[in-house]
Design a protein around this ligand. Structure first.
Ligand code: AMP
Length: 547
């Protein structure tokens, strides 16, 4: 027997209509190349999104066809999110930091018909254009006054495109499982793979992510989205903000500029921000140097890579900002776990409770998580057993777009994340490694992430990475690679002794290498693959684990 409830589809237009009506006057503030501080309301934004839906429809775009963006976080990108998806088209966000070959591959693989691009990317796309035969129209995200001269065919400014259109567009109802947006994720090998989100997955993800033990968002918040809109839909913030009616602040191309971030936080009264740990490291360094403050900022959601507890302490104790650790991935829309305190953890002795903050936290409602051994048998939640992390849920990918690569998807409907994790008896997950980054010494696993977190707590260390080096007896042993803080020259022995008493003796790295910088991937994460290549001929000194 079926329930007797209305069968209303979960569509992104539902979020848009709600925001237009009930959060109409809430502001969206952006930094763009043509306007240092653009400011308007949700109602104005969504009227312009309807104009865009009209433009795309009149341009002959059909249901399900892909529209690409190569753009920073700002109000126009926000309008594209809604104008494209609500009309039934697919918003394909491309990461401009990818290699040219990858951008061409992705746009062709997705069969994008139009490309909306920031003026700064016009030269790049002019070079690539002969390899993008399917793209019919190039819309530059600016007005005619700031339109760069370009040889791109059918190029038009975004403002000129919208100027011709009416703000009346009746966003249609369709199946909630219809594709809404597309984001490619780069593995370490092979071509990038497309994750195709649906309206249903997007709406459900936003509802769960807003909950108090997740991002804890409401209409009283002002959100600064420092996570790019080309990376997993800016972790859902453009949808979350409209759903709960929070003011949204977009830093545009200035996302990596701590001075702009500090100014935006102070002038707009930002209360909540989300981004990767390097953003917070940069912000803290700027605050320390400039003496400036971020007093309105109360909470920061940090994900994408592990955030060291030392950084959390500094943010909280000196600047009053609580850093909340979260784990996610492109294939998971992205949110999977958040480290908020349960009543049991609140009651722990202070030192133990503080240590929990370094973990990635508990599963959010809607995502099932488990760790398994080589035989796919679930492992205990004892805080010790390491296993491959698997997930399933209504916003987890069930395959890659137009790809035969199904290795990560098992027959029971679980997705293998490629991460290795432990769960403690309180249900808190800790990522100990990527499957391919884990160090296997004498058949036992050593967590490179745990060693890195400890190393960055050393006062002379700016950044740290730990990689496996082949070893004749132990198969692999850890090498600590560090970037010292400016003007600091920590000694090898001092750094290695820093681990004593903090980890098992046989975990302590065999050696330390000093570098000026660490290689990063297109999403700004440490590239262990490149680092391993850099150190592939490295010879460890003769030593025995357990110094
Ligand atoms: P991406 O799909 O590019 O967002 O990358 C997802 C991967 O980033 C995950 O599978 C993890 O390896 C890593 N990751 C995300 N969040 C965290 C975190 N809080 N701590 C450690 N690694 C993380």
């Amino acid at each position: 027997m079926l329930g007797q409830m209305m069968d209303r589809p979960l569509l992104i237009s539902m979020i848009a209509r709600h925001a237009e009506q009930w959060h109409a006057n809430r502001e969206i503030v952006s930094v763009t190349a043509d306007q240092p501080r653009h400011r308007y309301t949700f109602r104005e934004a969504l009227t312009r999104a309807r104009k865009l839906s009209n433009a795309l429809t009149r341009g002959g775009i059909k249901h399900g066809e892909r529209i690409a963006t190569l753009a920073w976080n700002d109000f126009r990108h926000f309008e594209i999110y809604y104008g494209v998806s609500c009309a039934g088209f697919v918003c394909h966000t491309i990461n401009p930091r990818l290699f040219e070959d990858q951008i061409a591959y992705i746009a062709n693989h997705a069969q994008d018909r139009w490309l909306f691009l920031d003026p700064a990317f016009v030269p790049l796309i002019e070079t690539l254009q002969p390899r993008l035969p399917l793209i019919e129209k190039f819309v530059v995200l600016t007005d005619d006054a700031h339109m760069p001269a370009t040889r791109l065919p059918n190029a038009i400014s975004y403002e000129a495109l919208l100027a011709q259109e009416s703000g009346d567009f009746d966003w249609p109802d369709f199946d909630e499982n219809t594709a809404s947006s597309l984001c490619y994720t780069s593995g370490t090998t092979g071509d990038p793979k497309g994750v195709l989100y649906s309206h249903r997955s997007t709406v459900l993800h936003a509802m769960s992510a807003a909950l108090p033990d997740s991002m804890n968002l409401s209409s009283t918040q002002t959100i600064l989205a420092v996570v790019p809109m080309f990376h997993v839909n800016a972790w859902g913030l453009p949808y979350l903000g409209a759903m709960v009616g929070a003011k949204l602040v977009f830093p545009g191309a200035k996302m990596g500029d701590p001075e702009t971030l500090q100014q935006l936080i102070e002038s707009e009264g930002v209360t909540f921000a989300a981004g990767v740990p390097t953003v917070w490291q940069g912000l803290i360094a700027h605050l320390e140097k400039s003496g400036k403050r971020v007093d309105s900022l109360k909470r920061v959601l940090s994900g994408g890579s592990a955030v060291p507890v030392a950084l959390m302490d500094q943010m909280r104790d000196k600047y009053g900002v609580e850093v909340v650790h979260a784990w996610g991935m492109t294939e998971n829309s992205p949110l999977g776990t958040v480290c908020s305190f349960s009543p049991e953890v609140h009651r722990l002795p202070v030192a133990q409770r503080e240590a929990q903050r370094g973990k990635q936290g508990r599963a959010v409602f809607g995502v099932e998580v488990k760790i398994v051994d080589e035989n796919d048998t679930a492992l205990p939640h004892d805080g010790k057993a390491f296993g491959a992390l698997k997930i399933r849920g209504p916003w987890v990918a069930s395959g890659y777009y137009k790809s035969g690569d199904s290795a990560a998807f098992d027959r029971k409907g679980w997705f293998g994340t490629g991460d290795v994790a432990t769960f403690d008896p309180f249900g808190y997950m800790q990522i100990t490694d990527r499957t391919k980054d884990v160090i296997k010494s004498g058949g036992e696993w050593i967590s490179s992430i745990e060693l890195e977190n400890l190393a960055v707590a050393h006062p002379a260390v700016a950044q740290a990475a730990v990689i496996a080096i082949a070893h004749p007896k132990w198969q692999e042993r850890p090498l600590l690679v560090i970037v010292p803080k400016p003007g600091q020259k920590p000694a090898r022995e001092e750094l290695l002794n820093f681990f004593v008493g903090k980890v098992a003796k046989w975990w302590i790295p065999d050696d330390v290498a000093f570098v000026d910088k660490l290689p990063l991937t297109a999403t700004g994460k440490l590239s262990k693959l490149q680092l391993r290549q850099q150190f592939q001929d490295y010879k460890l000194p003769e030593s025995t684990p357990g110094r």
